[in-house]
Design a protein. Structure first.
Length: 361
């Protein structure tokens, strides 16, 4: 028998956020259902959340991840005082800092690692109980950031630190995901529609280590992994195309090398290289197996699996031949990844940010 949440609301003196009447009604309905199913045990985020950076001043209509099968509810908190211009200002700060600190990682810059932070802070999602994901901004806790799969991401978190301090009204989850959206767009990638409303959850809600993918695997593993994130084959292939950005580092993952030549532009190069390079499976200096090409590019086993599996291969060919089709699928899949597990109230705003170039900055 599952344990279900008590939906509770605490309004602090500093409260800035308003839920619509529809949201309250919706939450109340879920709460009522929950109460009928199981009222033996109740969790109240409100009492546990107040010392944990819940800057919204609201506690959550949420549930604890304590019970394995509990359907966790994460409702986006709408802040009616903040408009697109407020978020565009943060976007611009991140974009300008990416431009200014372009020497990072051998002149690749911070874009790729910001994309990876946004994805890793979302990639802990588990559809079976709606736990993990970007909502609670739990990457900020050591328990999550010290997961070996997150090695190296502290550089991205440090990069965002001063921005978090300057815009102290934004939640960590919103900042990590906005950073990733900004990095994709500033690398000439597709526009990624983005919605605010993630709320910092307490450390107790941090998902256990081990939910992020292991690169030493083939197609069956990849398909199962992405299924946990509610992603089908097309979405899985599109998301992996983000490996056009950045590179692997021995010190972080035990792999070495970039996937292609243009590590700071968002293109369909990953798919083109996957199909056209001469790949050879080799044991690297860390003792891990990776596919290497004469041009000095690499592929992880999970990348290479996309041309070994017939269903994946068809999609790889499509994206290699048609960059617009890749961009379209990437935009919708990445938005879905960053929003997994979040309920957006009716009328929740969705923003599409302008790049610095579009603003002539
Ligand atoms: C099966 C799925 C995946 C596996 C096994 C995987 C694995 C890895 C590994 C091992 C690295 C190297 C980290 C390092 O050594 O610094 C990496 C880097 C990266 N990954 Fe993935 N990844 C996966 C999916 C994704 C997805 C879905 C995205 C984004 C949508 C993504 C974006 C990136 C980016 C941008 C980098 C480069 C980071 C940098 O240059 O510092 N990956 N990935």
């Amino acid at each position: 028998m599952s344990t279900l949440p008590l939906f509770s609301k605490i309004i602090s003196r500093r409260s800035l956020y308003l839920f619509s009447a529809a949201t309250l009604a919706g939450a109340a309905t879920v709460a009522a259902t929950a109460a009928t199913v199981d009222n033996r045990k109740q969790y109240n985020y409100g009492n546990r959340n107040q010392n944990n950076n819940n800057k919204s001043g609201w506690s959550l209509f949420g549930a604890s991840s304590v019970a394995a099968a509990a359907p966790i509810v994460h409702i986006a908190a709408l802040n009616k005082d903040r408009k697109i211009d407020d978020y565009q200002r943060i976007y611009n700060k991140i974009a300008e800092k990416i431009r200014e600190e372009d020497e990072y990682d051998g002149y690749i810059g911070y874009g790729p690692i910001l994309v990876r932070l946004g994805w890793h802070s979302s990639g802990t999602y588990d559809k079976t109980n709606n736990s993990g994901g970007s909502y609670g901004g739990t990457y900020r806790f050591k328990l999550e950031s010290s997961d070996p799969s997150n090695n190296g991401l502290q550089n991205a978190a440090k990069f965002l630190d001063p921005i978090y301090k300057e815009f102290n009204w934004i939640s960590h989850g919103d900042l990590y995901t906005l950073g990733a959206v900004c990095a994709v767009q500033e690398a000439q990638g597709p526009k990624i529609p983005w919605r605010p409303g993630r709320v910092d959850l307490p450390e107790t809600e941090t998902p256990a280590n081990g939910r992020l993918p292991d690169a030493n695997n083939g197609a069956d593993y990849v398909r199962n992994f992405y299924a946990r994130l509610r992603m089908n084959d097309r979405e899985a292939v599109a998301l992996t195309g983000a490996h056009c950005l950045g590179r692997t580092h021995y010190k972080n993952s035990g792999f070495d090398g970039p996937w292609g030549a243009a590590s700071n532009s968002f293109t369909n190069e990953f798919f083109v290289n996957l199909l056209n390079e001469q790949w050879k499976l080799e044991k690297n200096k860390s003792g891990n197996y990776q596919y290497d090409s004469p041009k000095g590019y690499m592929m992880l086993k999970t990348d290479y699996a996309l041309i070994q599996d017939p269903s994946y291969l068809k999609i790889v060919k499509e994206f290699a031949n048609d960059e617009a089709s890749f961009f379209k699928e990437f935009a919708s899949s990445f938005q879905k990844l960053l929003e997994n597990g979040i309920d957006y109230p009716k009328g929740a705003p969705q923003y599409i940010f302008k790049t610095l170039d579009e603003q002539d900055i």
